[in-house]
Ligand binder design. Structure first.
Ligand code: SF4
Length: 374
């Protein structure tokens, strides 16, 4: 049922190359989750999220300090190795400084036809954030129009919004099924589904989701064990998720930037298109780099944990990721002390094999099992 999503995930570069051949369109690499893909779909551009490969590498060292997060170095390594050589351009909307360095180094050392830095507000809790971003989106739209030589009409923008919203809605419908006592999909399948949405044409992805939703509600998997949540920054660590689920647990929900933080919340379709897009990207569940002065993400995490009846949380910390590391103590305290959900903190680095986590996750599952006895 999930073979198509795995195929897209595994063969992302071949997919994008074939998409180009088939459509004659442009492919734009995006960093992080704040790039307004609605405008790219409106311009018939394929947005492709730039992600790492989880392999050790030694090519990014001259360009990014070793104390920057391994994810942003892994992403740059993919560019330096030529794996994204089909990209016509790259763009970033400001999120954290580490990934911005990836964008800057990519821009300096890897030739592309178009590059765009979108100054997305960091102080998203400011009343000025939406009007500010709306103006920035106008400039971004103009730059895209000049690059493609084609004007983007209001109808185009509404079409782009609908493509993105439909994908969000369908993913949400699948996620709703994960609330069931015995969810009909594994955490690994959910991860392949959501991450593949970020590297394929969403119109194709939507079709695959619609077909999936016809069959999935009646699917029955073997009874699963402990219901877990994973949370953190970027996480498409399929090997780790498979390992956790092989130990008998089931990951039923996530709160990270290649999962729910990417697709939660639709764009309002009633108002001015660009203002509505700005509103969505300012009001969405924030990356911790933008979640201040109030820490709003905590309530959202607790709400998810309750809705999905979570028994334990794995905090997946990317090594050297300052924004997330700053949030971790507050998250652990809120989960453990306020709602009594145990957590485990694991520090990830692409150069460290995940096998070392097995014993720690086993011990964590034992704690949950013992707590369930009382
Ligand atoms: S938010 Fe964290 S994991 Fe993501 S790019 Fe920034 S430092 Fe790396």
């Amino acid at each position: 049922m999930f073979e198509q999503f795995k195929e897209w995930y595994d063969n992302r570069h071949e997919y994008a190359k074939k998409w180009k051949e088939r459509t004659g369109g442009k492919v734009l690499g995006t960093f992080c989750t704040y790039v307004p893909e609605e405008i790219l779909y409106a311009a018939d551009i394929l947005p492709v999220r730039i992600l790492g490969s989880h392999e050790p590498q030694d090519v990014s060292e001259p360009h990014i300090f070793a104390m920057f997060c391994p994810f942003c170095r892994d992403c740059l390594a993919q560019g330096l190795k030529g794996r994204y050589d089909y990209l016509d351009g790259i763009t970033i909307a400001q999120s954290c400084l580490h990934i911005r360095q990836t964008f800057t180094s990519w821009d300096l050392h890897i030739p592309v036809d178009f590059r765009y830095y979108l100054p997305h507000p960091m102080h998203v809790q400011s009343p000025q954030a939406i009007p500010y971003l709306t103006e920035e989106l106008k400039v971004f739209k103009k730059a895209i129009e000049e690059w493609t030589g084609k004007e983007i009409s209001n109808d185009d923008l509404n079409r782009g919004i609908e493509i993105m919203n439909k994908n969000r809605r369908l993913l949400q419908q699948v996620y709703e099924l994960r609330k069931k006592p015995n969810p009909p999909l594994t955490g690994l399948e959910a991860m392949l589904m959501v991450v593949s949405s970020q590297m394929t044409d969403k119109r194709e992805h939507n079709k695959a989701l619609e077909e999936l939703l016809q069959k999935l509600p009646s699917r029955s998997l073997d009874e699963s064990g402990e219901r877990l949540m994973i949370l953190g920054s970027e996480d498409d660590d399929t090997e780790f998720v498979a390992m956790v689920e092989d130990l008998g647990a089931r990951i039923v929900i996530d709160e990270h930037c290649t999962g729910t933080r990417y697709f939660y919340e639709e764009v309002n379709t009633n108002g001015d298109a660009l203002a509505s897009i700005a509103e969505r990207y300012v009001n969405r569940v924030p990356c911790p780099s933008k979640d201040w002065p109030e820490r709003t993400r905590l309530d959202h995490i607790i709400k998810l944990a309750k809705e999905y009846d979570v028994q334990g949380v794995i905090v997946m910390q990317m090594k050297f990721c300052d924004p997330h590391e700053l949030d971790t103590p507050a998250i652990k305290e809120a989960l453990e002390n306020d709602v009594g959900i145990p957590t485990i903190f694991l520090e990830f680095d692409v150069t460290v094999p995940i096998g070392q986590f097995k014993t720690r996750v086993e011990a964590f599952l034992e704690i949950i099992r013992e707590e369930d006895l009382f």
